[in-house]
Ligand binder design. Structure first.
Ligand code: RIB
Ligand code: CA
Length: 320
């Protein structure tokens, strides 16, 4: 870790794993979490705001500004993920309601304000559908002059989760993801190919669940949360999920990326929301016969040092 803390803003749909990301971002000394903005995704946007405020309070960071954003995607309806994150979006753990309310400005306004006010370029970390980010880029394109990089959790090179080929955040609002790719700033795609691999071992989960520190117990219960289909595991492991994207900001050496063309499939049907990552070594017949297409290059995470990020996340959240 060299120099001053990295100014970051997280745009989230808290969310079991968004909560793990927030907990890490609050506690890592190399990050300056300037703001958190909320968007509909895992649950409705008001549930996301409630959960985000709760997590920040539990993490001892009640003063970080939080703003409510888009309550639905640009085109699609809201399609939540209660089967993964529970009815309340936080694993139905019965966590206390927050004591404060979000700012009285919307997410796009807060994003613009905090990005332009930052003394050093901001790293934006979306861990949710990209609706707020698309609205920001279209409403206030001037913000890109003070954005260092966008490291987003979303997409997949290989296999999807929401569909056989589409990852939930991109699938939920494909048009917004397509707008993100036009941002004109460096973009890192932390997709399912690495997202799914960063798993906290059972012994560590159990240690957190039995901690005397409430926020660590919350982290342990979130890690242990399982969808009903696999609940009841006596010694559960737990996926870091979105928290891995924040680890990639703190320690980019923990992922292996390739600078590849990426586009989002917007057509109705089985590929809608797929992130099409072109890994071919050379153009093919489509380019030969139909000409080159305009390409957007993204730093796509292909590999992750699982042990390195698990150790980074645990050592950070347990240092409190
Ligand atoms: O596909 C996984 C992503 O969708 C994660 O960010 C999860 O929190 C949900 O938002
Ligand atoms: Ca998320």
């Amino acid at each position: 870790m060299t120099g001053q803390p990295i100014p970051v803003i997280i745009d989230c749909d808290t969310g079991v794993d968004d909560a793990l990301a927030l907990l890490f971002a609050v506690h890592h000394p190399g990050l300056d979490l300037r703001a958190v903005t909320c968007v509909a995704g895992n649950t409705d946007v008001d549930g996301v705001v409630r959960n985000t405020l709760t997590v920040l309070e539990q993490a001892g960071a009640p003063d970080i500004p939080v703003a409510r954003g888009a309550e639905r995607p640009l085109i699609e309806p809201v399609r939540t993920a209660a089967h993964v994150h529970g009815q309340d979006g936080m694993g139905d753990l019965g966590l206390p309601a927050p004591t404060r309310v979000p700012l009285d400005v919307d997410a796009v306004t807060l994003l613009r304000r905090e990005i332009l006010a930052s003394p050093r370029p901001v790293t934006l970390i979306p861990t949710a559908p990209l609706t707020n980010i698309a609205l920001l880029l279209r409403t206030h394109p001037e913000v890109v002059r003070n954005i260092e990089r966008i490291v987003f959790m979303g997409g997949a090179v290989a296999t999807g989760n929401a569909t056989p080929v589409a990852e939930f955040n991109v699938w939920h609002d494909p048009e917004a993801a397509a707008v993100l790719l036009t941002a004109g700033v460096p973009i890192t795609m932390y997709g399912l190919d690495v997202f799914e691999r960063v798993i906290v071992p059972a012994a560590d989960v159990q240690r957190l669940r039995t901690s005397s520190e409430p926020s660590l117990r919350m982290a342990g219960e979130l890690l242990a949360h399982r969808d009903p289909a696999t609940s009841g595991d006596p010694t559960p492991t737990g996926g870091l999920g979105d928290a891995g994207a924040v680890c990639a900001v703190v320690d980019p050496g923990g992922i292996t990326t390739a600078h590849l063309p990426v586009e989002v499939s917007l057509s109705p049907g089985p590929t809608r929301g797929q992130t099409i990552v072109d890994r071919r070594p050379r153009p093919g017949e489509s380019e030969i016969h139909e000409g080159e297409r305009e390409l957007t290059f993204v730093d796509v995470a292909l590999e992750v040092d699982v042990e390195r990020y698990v150790k980074l996340w645990l050592s950070t959240v347990e240092q409190i």
